[in-house]
Ligand binder design. Structure first.
Ligand SMILES: Nc1ncnc2c1ncn2[C@@H]1O[C@H](COP(=O)(O)OP(=O)(O)OP(=O)(O)O)[C@@H](O)[C@H]1O
Length: 271
């Protein structure tokens, strides 16, 4: 069996431009990205560079213009059934209670209701929400809703977890709590994680490896860094370690110019 849980091989994605449908826009160009089984990999890059596009490709939700996706060595066709996905935006169904939101994926898979409920309850308690199962999303705080979404993803026991800036909407304290919780859950059952963020601190604190993407168009990886900080980590504490600061300086050196390019492009688009 392949060492890799997920391989994106020479992926390119070209879209019709939103502003002018006659024009083509190459968001991602010839990108290869691999995640080993049990490895936590973060992808950082400037706003709009193509991070979500790559994640959608890995999830099998978006077909690339060229390139191959492999899942545990098998070429992917269609949706990636071995992957669980956690989005940046709220993905909970507002008309379903927390427990019903966590159960829904199991129900789709044909798990009997009583069994699904039991597993969902166990997951709600693992994310610190036992007793909150009957609440509806609007009755929960932003952090609690993220916990429900996390339980909703993990209850399906995916071998690959794809996360697209899952905590960007949270305040910094809640965010750090959630990051630590994710690391704790991950270390108990090492799954392959592909984590998208534009926050370099978060990427270093969480990951085994950080991949830096260039600004678009034609985004591609321009740097890759092994994060050799000891685990278990506390994401707030780890930031004070000299090695963290060293890694941050090294990676920022590569990322800074791309962020500036990305920012300039955003300004041009807005003009
Ligand atoms: N379906 C689409 N049609 C046209 N253009 C698209 C489509 N999806 C993405 N793009 C363009 O591709 C580029 C990359 O978008 P993507 O959302 O992957 O970036 P991102 O790095 O995740 O951004 P952010 O950091 O803001 O979340 C952007 O310029 C976007 O406008």
């Amino acid at each position: 069996m392949s060492d890799y849980a997920l391989e994106l091989l020479s992926i390119s994605c070209t879209f019709h431009s939103k502003d002018d449908p006659g024009q083509r826009y190459t968001a991602v160009a010839d990108t290869t990205l691999r995640v080993r089984a049990g490895e936590f990999v973060s992808v950082v890059g400037p706003t709009g560079c193509g991070k979500s596009t790559l994640l959608n490709v890995g999830a099998g939700l978006l077909e690339p213009s060229s390139g191959t996706i492999k899942v545990f060595g098998q070429t992917l066709a269609g949706v990636n059934a071995r992957a669980g996905y956690m989005f940046q935006t709220e993905a909970l169904m507002p008309w379903r209670s927390a427990i019903d939101n966590v159960m829904v994926g199991l129900q789709y898979r044909g798990v009997p209701d009583a069994d699904a409920r039991q597993q969902a309850e166990a997951w709600l308690s693992r994310v610190g929400l036992s007793g909150f199962g009957d609440r509806y999303p609007h009755q929960l705080s932003g952090g609690m809703r993220k916990r429900v979404a996390l339980a909703q993803t993990l209850v399906l026991d995916p071998d690959i977890i794809l996360m697209d800036e899952p905590f960007s909407a949270l305040d910094i304290q809640t965010r750090q709590l959630m990051e630590n919780e994710v690391l704790e859950l991950w270390s108990a059952k090492k799954k392959a994680v592909l984590f998208i963020t534009h926050d370099l601190d978060e990427a270093i604190a969480m990951s085994d490896r950080v991949v830096v993407l260039s600004a678009g168009p034609a985004t591609h990886p321009i740097g890759e860094f092994a994060i050799d900080l000891a685990r278990p980590r506390d994401v707030a504490e780890v930031r004070t370690q000299p090695r963290f600061v060293e890694l941050h300086t090294q990676i920022w050196e590569v990322l800074r110019d791309e962020v500036l390019k990305g920012y300039a492009q955003q300004l041009r688009k807005a003009a």
